[in-house]
Design a protein around this ligand. Structure first.
Ligand SMILES: [Zn+2]
Length: 264
């Protein structure tokens, strides 16, 4: 029998969510066979590789294909835009600047919220796993999912397992996780189809309005893709209040469930 080989692993931040309690936030030994890649080991420990952004082996950054050696000390970090890891090689060539998402079928409400804040969000309530992965890779979209299984697909480059089950908390979680506080663009995108919305003259769309709407409102917007009309009525005010809550929540931390939410 081959002698047992041991590497030590330490996972950081949210990656601990995938580990059993006794392995969370501490260094632990991992026994492996010959020629096991660090990616295989990470997945064998239950961490979807798509959530990993940086691997340090004995203090040096390494890629997923690195082959484990006896006595290695391995630190594994999540995709976490707000910690400074400049000076080391991330697994991704560059962060996703203009962030775009594709969501699984369980995240319909989160989709609306993300679009409300202007984020390019692909969602259909009948998307299969393969289709989600294909859209993610061809359109360079980050997969947001409640199903960890999708993130273990070898083709997935960018993905995040949404911890919370409450859609507003999910929104917070995503904004914090990808450090999107400075990228909110409310009333920029259509909630229904993800198209861009623009101000439009009332006279140009008047024939499409109900009598009540025509009588009481004057400022209108229209989706360039599906033609849906938005106006500054009660619905708009509700959206505005929601957005302001999100933005002020960011400042006061009052609404942020993030730190509590992801710890089990
Ligand atoms: Zn639309």
């Amino acid at each position: 029998m081959a002698p047992e080989r041991i590497a030590k692993f330490r996972f950081y931040e949210e990656l601990n969510d995938f580990l059993p309690k006794e392995k969370q936030k501490k260094c632990f030994p991992y026994a492996f066979k010959y020629n096991q890649s660090v990616k295989d080991a990470i997945e064998a420990l239950g961490i979807p590789h798509a959530e990993v952004d940086l691997i340090l082996v004995n203090g040096n950054s390494q890629g997923f294909t690195y082959t484990l050696k006896n006595g290695d000390y391995i630190s594994v970090y999540p995709v976490f835009e707000s910690i400074d890891i400049s000076g080391v090689t991330r697994l991704r060539a560059k962060p996703l600047r203009e962030i775009k998402f594709v969501l699984d079928v369980h995240l319909g409400k989160l989709c609306k919220y993300l679009r409300m804040l202007g984020f390019d969000t692909y969602y259909r309530n009948n998307l299969g796993d393969d289709e989600i992965v294909r859209i993610s890779t061809t359109e360079n979209r980050v997969i947001l999912t409640r199903d960890i299984g999708i993130l273990k697909n070898g083709k997935v480059l960018h993905g995040y397992w949404v911890r919370s089950q409450d859609s507003k908390k999910q929104l917070w979680e995503v904004i914090q996780r990808f450090d999107l506080n400075d990228q909110l663009r409310p009333f920029y995108r259509c909630i229904v189809c993800n198209g861009l919305i623009n101000p439009v003259e009332k006279k140009d769309i008047e024939h499409l309005l109900r009598e009540n709407t025509k009588a009481f409102f004057n400022n209108f917007y229209q989706c360039q893709t599906c033609g849906k009309i938005y106006w500054e009525g009660s619905h708009f005010e509700n959206m505005q209040e929601f957005v302001e809550n999100v933005i002020s929540g960011k400042k006061t931390n009052r609404l942020s469930p993030f730190n509590k939410q992801i710890k089990k």
